[in-house]
Design a protein around this ligand. Structure first.
Ligand code: HMG
Ligand code: MG
Length: 300
């Protein structure tokens, strides 16, 4: 199995979307440009979603147009429908991510659509993307628990991941949106999906509500996961999922992976400096502090 783990950086989108006070476009652009200099291979930039639903992402076009794209780095953006796809394409986006869930309640709360309806919305996005040579990533949320229904059957996660694979997503990210998973359940869930969709096409996306994210990642690495979503400073959360706190911090993930002998291509010093910069920014903007892990590191 490969020794390389690809990190997909979430801070500019998942990390900021839940911030109550608006962060300026210039600060978002500065964050992404700093991240581009750390060796991260993929940086999710923003979301072309409804600005009424997520006001923090209303400046998606401005942010994407303002960043300096570095050769060899992917800059995906979230799109919920063809309208979002067209907005993204008009500013030159070359990779998009569609998102649905493994539980009906969350799907409706997050996108005003059932799981089946979200998949119907994605079909024209995938078709346009194929014609435009645009890569499409897919997310399945609530893979280890739902804020509305509680337990989520693994069979539903497998069914939805398979549907995204069949639609043509090149990679499917499995999201523990509210961070309720524990290692054996995470391993079981990943292995079940990997029995239907090749593990090389899967990513893991853990929120760290109960401090389980690193352990969950380690468990999934054992069964073939080699793509990990993470967010500097441990920032993150979904406005439509009560209890969703920060994503696992990129600094912690890279530290763990280095210790386990994996390669990520990321410069730890630059990563920590960027996380510290973001933490300072959020503290100035609204008093919130990014990432307990980062703060612990900064004080040592
Ligand atoms: P809706 O209200 O049902 O949409 O929302 P609609 O199609 O009925 O349209 C209503 C209005 O929205 C219209 O405008 C449309 O033009 C506009 P109006 O005529 O009223 O002025 N509209 C749009 N505007 C801009 N961009 C668009 C767009 N689409 C419609 N793309 C919709 C449906 C999907 C749009 C809405 O529910 C939405 O934007 N939801 C996004 C919620 C969100 O961003 N959640 C967070 C991201 S997901 C996440 O965090 C999980 C993840 O991290 C993984 C994990 O942790 O599990 C990925
Ligand atoms: Mg998330």
């Amino acid at each position: 199995m490969s020794n390389f783990v690809r990190i997909v950086e979430m801070s500019a989108r998942d990390g900021l979307q839940n911030e109550k006070n608006l962060i300026s476009s210039a600060d978002k652009i500065a964050l992404i440009n700093r991240l581009s200099d750390t060796g991260l291979p993929s940086i999710e930039v923003t979301a072309f979603v409804s600005p009424k639903w997520v006001p923090q992402m209303a400046d998606a076009a401005e942010v994407f147009s303002g960043i300096t794209r570095r050769a060899g780095v992917d800059y995906p953006v979230l799109v919920p429908n063809i309208q979002g796809y067209e907005r993204a394409r008009s500013v030159g986006v070359e990779e998009v991510a569609v998102f649905t869930a493994a539980s009906e309640g969350f799907s409706v709360k997050n996108t005003n659509a059932s799981i089946a309806e979200t998949l119907e919305r994605f079909a024209p996005v995938l078709e346009a993307a194929r014609n435009d040579n645009v890569k499409v990533r897919g997310y399945v949320s609530t893979v280890l628990g739902c804020p509305i229904q509680g337990d989520v059957p693994v069979s539903e996660v497998v069914r939805v991941a398979k549907a995204l694979d069949e639609l043509g997503c090149y990679e499917i990210s499995l999201g523990d949106t509210i961070g309720v998973g524990t290692p054996s359940k995470a391993r079981e869930m990943f292995a079940a999906v990997a029995s239907e969709v090749p593990a090389s096409k899967l990513a893991v996306h853990f929120h760290d509500t109960y401090g389980q994210a690193l352990a969950n990642i380690a468990a999934c690495l054992d069964v073939g996961a080699r793509v990990v979503d993470a967010s500097v400073g441990g920032t993150g959360g979904c406005p439509y999922a009560k209890g969703a706190t920060g994503n696992v911090s990129t600094e912690d993930v890279v530290y763990m992976l280095q210790g386990m002998g994996f390669d990520t291509g990321i410069d730890m010093d630059k990563l920590v400096a960027t996380g510290q910069w973001l933490s300072d920014l959020l503290q100035r903007t609204n008093g919130s502090r990014a990432g307990r892990a980062l703060i612990a590191k900064a004080s040592t």
